[in-house]
Structures are given as C-alpha cells and as structure tokens.
Design a protein around this ligand. Structure first.
Ligand SMILES: [Zn+2]
Ligand SMILES: [Zn+2]
Length: 807
C-alpha cells in the first residue's frame, strides 16, 4: 500500500530532545529491552515494542508529551559465551544484532524516540552511581559463594561455560551444561556436574570460594510493599502483574546477588571486585535510564521528576518481577527521588500455530520473515494487536490472520473508506468532483444525528480503553466505528439520494468523510502506515492532521462528525487500501514457515535474507523471551536435518497397578504398569517431587515402551512414563489418555505410520531427536509437533500445563 505513495520529502532536521513540560501530561514509556542475541519473533514484537509503540502513538495523538525509550540489552553471559565461540568480541556480536533489531522494528513502524543500547558509557556511569548510593545506604551485603574456577583460563566459569556428566539418576548425558541438562531438562548447579570441564579449554575446573555482593531485598521490603500497594491501585496494574508480584512477595524476598564473574558488563567500581561486573538483572533495567541519558544529557528531568512524569512500562509476563520488585527496590534503595513505574502493561504469550514461538528452536514467524511475506506492516500490526495476549495466551494462525484481514480490513474498514472517497472523487453529475460538499442542517438530519450520538459514545469508550492501556479493546472499538459507518452509508442509499434528495446526500457524504478522518486518527496508533495513506488520499498532511486532542478540540468534534473536514476541501485520488489474502497464498505461507527456521533454510524455501539470518541464528546461543532469564535449553530439533518418524516410538496406554517409593532414592517412584503384556513392567520415575503417591495409583498413563532398560539406584526400569513439565520446571503432570482408551493400545500420530523400533538404544539418538518435538499445546493436548497423541478413544491431554515440554 505505502509503496504507491510518491517519493517522500527530505527528512526534517532532528527535533531537539523532548523534556518534560510543566503543566502538561509528561509520559515516559519503556518497553522491555530485547536481549541482543537474536532475531525477534512476532511474540516478542507484540509482547513489548509494538504494544508500547501503540500507547506512545496514542499519547502523541492526544497531545501528551510522550517519550518512548527502548534499546537492546547487551551485557551478560550469553553474549560473552557467544563471542568466545565465534572468536570475536562481545561488542561485535552486539553491533551485528543491534542492527538486526533496529531494522526489524523500523519495518514494523515502531517509532522510538530513542532506540539505544546498554553497552554505553552512560550505562556504566549511572549503574555505578546507583551502586554507590546503595552501598552508602547499607543495602548491600557480601557473601561467599562456591564457584568453579579454571586455572588455565584464569577465571571463574559462568554456568554455561562448564560441561560435564548429568548428575540426574537415569540420565546418560555426558555433556550437560552448568545450568541445565539438555537431555533430561533438569536445572543444575555447575558444582553438581560429574567430571566438569571448562568449555573453553577443556581442562578440569575446581571449586573456589569467591565473594559476591548482594542487594538486601528483605531489608527493603517495607518500602517496596508500600510502593506496590499504592501504585498497583493508582496505576491500575493488570491482574497478571499483581499476581506475579504477590507470588514473589509470598515466597519471601531473599538477598539477591548483583555481581558476576564476567568481563562483558558494567565493572563493579571497588578494588576488591574489580574483576567482576554487575549481574544483568541488576544492570538491564538501568538501561532505560542510560538510554534516556544518551538521548539527552538532561535525562534527570525525566527520571528524577516523579511529580511531573508518569512512567508506563511494557513487557512480557516473565519480566514482571524485575520491574515490580527488583528494579523498584534498586531505585528505592538509593534514597533518591526517582520517577517510579506507575503503570505496567503485561502480555502473556502468543503461540504459533500448534506450538510455541521459540527463539532457541527457531519456531514461528520472525521479524525478518514478516517482511518477506508481501503482507504489509499495517496488516501485521493489526493482526498482532487484535490477537494481543492481554489476559491469557493467544494463538497466531495463518488462517486466522487471513480471516481477520479479509473480514475486518478489506470488507469493513477498507470498503467503507474506499466507497466514500470514490464517490466524492467521481465527476460532478455522478459525484462531487473530489470536492467535499457543504452539509447545512446535518445536526437535524435524523439518521445522521443518531449516528453522531453513537459515534460520540464509541469515541468515549475508545479513549477510556486507551487511557487504561487496554489496547486490544481500543482497536476493537475503533473498528466498530467503521461498522457504524458502513451501516449508516448503506442505510442512507446515498446513490438514490444523490438524484432524489441532494441535500441529504451531501449530509451523508460529508458526515462519512468526517468518519473516514476520525478512523484515520483513532487507528493511527495501531496502523500508522494505513493512516498516512488515507491522509494522502484525503489530500491532508500527516504533520498537521494527525491529532486528536482535547486542547485543539478534535475530540469534541466526535459529537458532530460532519465538522471534521471543511466543505470545499479537495481530496486526493482514492485507491483500495487492503488486499485480500487468498487461500493458496495462506497455505504457501503455512508451509513455508512450518518447522524451525533452520529446517526451513535447509529446505531452501526461505529466501536469501531469511537464510542469512537463520544461519546467524543457528550459530548463536539464544536467550528466550527477551527476558533476563538465563537461557533455556537448546533443542535437538534445530540441529537434526533428516526427520526421524515418530512412529519409531512405542508409546502405549498403560495402567499403573501399583506405585511405591523407591527404597533407596527419595525422588523416585517404582511402579508396576500394565502395558498390555503378560506381566506388568517395572518402571522407575523421578516424580516424587511433583505428584503425590496416592495420585499415582490405578491410573492410565502414556508409557514409552521401547527405551533400553536402565537401572536406577539398583532397580531396573523397563519403560518411561511420559509427563509434561512447565516452562520453569516447577510443575510436572502426567500425559493422560482418555478414560475410554484400552490398556496396551498403541498411541498413534496421524500422518506417521510404521512399526516401532525394537529398542531405541544406541547411537542414533532417535528418542532424543523426537523428544525435542513432544509438547503440550495451548489446549493442553499432548502433541508431536502439531500432531496429537491419539488413541481409539481420543487424544491424550495434560491437566493444566499448556505449552509444556513432554519427556
Ligand atoms: Zn540429564
Ligand atoms: Zn578453561
């Protein structure tokens, strides 16, 4: 759409930095800083930068003095490890990925006032200044920790720089990472690894004691709770934010380590700690401040001005505690007059087709993929915002995108605008020769004044929703104005009026043109490129006309929509605004973006750029969700080229006849499971921590029957009970066949046929490869990729864990 516009005028000189203006609403907006080491996917884009962009644009539209700050989060283990592997500097890694992020966001029309980075001199300065205040106020303590030290490399090793045999019973992985085992998914401490090795030099590190600094969260709790109690009400925090925060408080605050043995970070400004840097959770949120400081030296006018500045922060749900607990504690601890967060806007997850967007697995549509589809940015933005996961996870599907584009944008909005403008553009005798007609008496025209009442109410609802950062609701209300417009226009039979009642016809058309203008303004936060195009067709300049403020009286005009645009104004040339998405294109995209980015590139379906970035992705250690969480397991699936058929797994419906605790291991159960054979099999499972013994009795389970038997603490296990685990591995639930499933029947997967292997042991790693794609989907159905575990009585499910891994 935007490609049809004429060449843009030369860019104006950059405006002076915005500063808070006394007496105005000054709104500081941040979105969670995306971690630099990856290409953002659609889930990340809706989760933070896009949502914050919509709100920032809304604020500007309303005439508020808004500043939108974001940037890449660059310090930490992931970057440093990556740099060592690629034999380049962490800075080079960051430069490369910062540019990718920048490009993706530009394409999505994200209008930051500043998109900066955390690896800046301002970051060092502000981070160290905050540290000095915390030190001075006695909120920091020292503690000794045991860590692995490599003599050859002369350094303490970060969790992921250590590899060794997994200590988990029954797991045979010899190359588990210090933070987690990729095979059994257990979270680990590097000191637990058996025969640990330094990943860099392969020598054996040893345990050494080292001192670290801790932020005394328990001592700050009083101040923190006061802040949370006051602000969560005043700032209308969403329910998911409040819940996550309370969960942390309830668990009890513990002193939290703020230092790390790394080089790539902000140095701790103390002689004793000169070889350490600040831990990324501590320094990353300070990035909001330092990026503002790289925007203007007068940053304190934004950040130390709580009486005149409102701070709105946008993020995904996994980031909540860093913004409601950790960062506020840091700021409160300085005793300085910081602008604290007022409103937090949290999104849940956007899932992709049957699975989950995953950076580490390369699953889903990535920022650069979106650009390569011929679907314009305004359509992507519209669809993502319509699917914004505000209260629960939502699902991206190509079919849904097609349905929403065709029904809402093409047939509702696009149709309304094009119909009105085309009619105005028709030559005199058939239309108005592109001149907006005068419409005296509009206020007493019955259907028009009725419409004006409805529109005025809708506009009030829109403003109310947007003020409360209910963006999806705001978008839906704006779209309903287009519905009203269509109904009004159609009901007026304007083509008949044109001949029979020209006065009424002029009223209907002038009012409708007013609605077109109104929609252009209200939808600008959601679809700026759409609004620019409509303004072009209206022959209005965006600079002067994109505004909907109280001050300039635009919002009052919603009561008299025929007044939005003056009679006599000559409009430009109307053209259709949206194109339908056809079925064959949709199925092409679905195929093209199925599987991981790496698989796609091996199929040579992705074009040159996608391939390039996929290659970078494959060679990069990635972190999940733009969060400060340390990285999750990397999947085997992105590495395997040829697909192994899931039919090789012998998964059967089993019935637990008896379960008891393992005599020699507190974490294990020993079960007798009927899998349709003459005798039940003895199975050992590490489920004690997650499932009470009474719930293990006499229930149907899914059992993997062709693993090579292994002895677990002296008892041989002849099968494996399949269970799903939550993201953070705190919850594990059994995969349950439907009640009517027959004991011993095989669990099948549509589209995969064949006999199971006799035994899955050996070097082929069939189980490991397939296991990477076993998961529960958004509906809690157990799946291999997007194919459900199926029995004669229906599909298998887990009780509560959606999008969990199944092992
Ligand atoms: Zn393991
Ligand atoms: Zn080493």
């Amino acid at each position: 759409m935007s490609s049809s516009s004429s060449s843009p005028p030369p860019p104006p000189p950059p405006p002076p930095p915005k500063l808070p203006i006394p007496g105005r609403r000054n709104i500081l907006i941040t979105s969670a800083l995306p971690y630099v080491n990856n290409v953002p996917h659609l889930g990340n884009i809706i989760g933070c930068v896009l949502s914050a962009d919509v709100f920032a644009r809304y604020c500007r539209l309303r005439g508020y003095n808004a500043l939108y700050i974001c940037g890449t989060d660059e310090y930490g283990t992931a970057t440093e490890t990556k740099a060592m592997e690629e034999k380049c500097s962490p800075k080079e890694i960051c430069d490369k990925y910062h540019a990718i992020h920048d490009e993706v966001y530009k394409w999505f029309d994200i209008k930051f006032d500043k998109f900066g980075r955390t690896s800046s001199p301002q970051q060092t300065e502000i981070c160290q200044a905050i540290f000095h205040e915390l030190m001075k106020n006695n909120w920091l303590s020292e503690n000794t920790m045991q860590q692995l030290y490599c003599d050859t490399c002369q350094r303490f090793l970060a969790d992921r720089l250590v590899e060794g045999a997994c200590p988990t019973q029954g797991c045979t992985n010899k190359a588990a990472r210090g933070d987690q085992c990729d095979n059994c998914s257990h979270m680990l401490n590097p000191t637990e690894l058996i025969d640990p090795k330094c990943k860099v030099c392969k020598n054996t590190p040893h345990i050494r004691e080292t001192d670290h600094l801790f932020l005394e969260l328990p001592l700050l709790k009083g101040k923190l709770v006061n802040y949370i109690n006051d602000t969560s009400v005043a700032g209308m925090w969403s329910q998911n934010a409040i819940q996550a925060t309370n969960a942390w408080l309830k668990e009890g605050l513990k002193p939290r380590c703020i230092t790390r043995d790394l080089k790539w970070g902000v140095p701790v400004p103390m002689e004793k700690y000169k070889d350490k840097v600040f831990y990324v959770w501590f320094d990353a949120p300070i990035g909001y401040v330092s990026i503002t400081a790289s925007y203007t030296p007068e940053w304190e006018k934004w950040w130390k001005n709580p009486d005149n500045v409102e701070l709105f922060q946008f993020m995904g749900k996994d980031n909540v505690p860093f913004h409601t607990i950790m960062f506020p504690s840091t700021l409160l601890g300085t005793g300085e007059n910081w602008t604290m967060m007022k409103t937090i806007s949290v999104t849940e997850y956007l899932n992709y087709e049957a699975g989950k967007f995953s950076k580490s697995k390369g699953i889903g549509v990535f920022g650069n993929d979106a650009k390569n589809t011929n679907i314009p940015p305004e359509v992507w933005r519209f669809y993502l915002l319509m699917s914004r996961p505000e209260a629960s996870d939502t699902l991206f599907t190509w079919t849904d995108l097609q349905a929403k584009l065709n029904s809402e944008l093409v047939h509702n909005l696009g149709n309304f605008i094009n119909r009105v403008l085309s009619f105005v553009a028709k030559p005199a005798g058939a239309g108005y020769g592109s001149i907006i007609p005068d419409a005296p008496g509009a206020e007493s025209h019955p259907s028009t004044s009725e419409l004006a009442d409805k529109i005025n109410k809708r506009v009030d609802q829109y403003l109310d929703a947007m003020e409360k950062v209910k963006l999806k609701q705001g978008l839906k209300i704006a779209m309903s104005i287009s519905d009203e417009g269509n109904a009004y226009l159609q009901g007026s039979e304007f083509w008949r009026l044109y001949k029979e009642d020209p006065i009424s016809c002029a009223i209907v058309i002038k009012t409708s043109v007013g609605l077109v203008y109104l929609l252009t303004c209200l939808l600008e936060p959601f679809m700026p490129s759409f609004s620019n195009e409509v303004l072009r067709q209206l022959n209005l300049s965006p600079e002067e006309n994109l505004s909907f403020s109280e001050e300039k009286g635009e919002s009052v005009k919603a009561k008299t929509p025929w007044d939005f645009l003056p009679a006599g104004h000559k409009i430009g040339r109307p053209t259709p605004l949206f194109e339908e998405l056809k079925d064959d294109i949709v199925s092409e995209y679905r195929k093209k973006y199925a599987g991981s980015q790496a698989e796609r590139s091996s199929k040579e379906v992705a074009d040159a750029e996608a391939t390039k970035i996929a290659n970078q992705l494959r060679s990069t250690t990635l972190s999940e969700g733009g969060s400060k969480k340390e990285q999750k397991k990397q999947s085997g699936s992105s590495k395997s080229k040829a697909e192994v058929s899931v039919a090789k797994l012998d998964i059967r419906v089993g019935l637990i006849r008896k379960a008891e605790k393992h005599p020699d291991a507190v974490s294990l159960y020993v079960e007798e499971i009927d899998v349709g054979e003459e005798d039940p099999r003895t199975v050992v499972s590490g489920l004690v921590k997650y499932i009470p013994l009474e719930e293990m009795q006499n229930r149907k389970v899914c059992v993997l029957c062709n693993l090579k038997p292994v002895a677990m603490r002296g008892i041989k296990s002849h099968a494996m009970v399949l269970a799903a685990s939550s993201d953070d591995h705190t919850k594990v639930e059994l995969v349950e066949p439907p009640a009517g499933a027959a004991v011993g029947e095989r669990v099948t997967f549509a589209g995969y046929s064949g006999e199971p292997e006799a035994s899955l042991s050996g070097k082929s790693k069939v189980w490991e490869k397939l296991a990477a794609d076993l998961h529960s989907n958004g509906e809690r159905v157990a799946c291999y990729k997007d194919v459900p575990f199926t029995t004669s009585a229906g599909v298998c499910k887990v009780k509560t864990i959606a999008n969990g891994e199944i092992r």
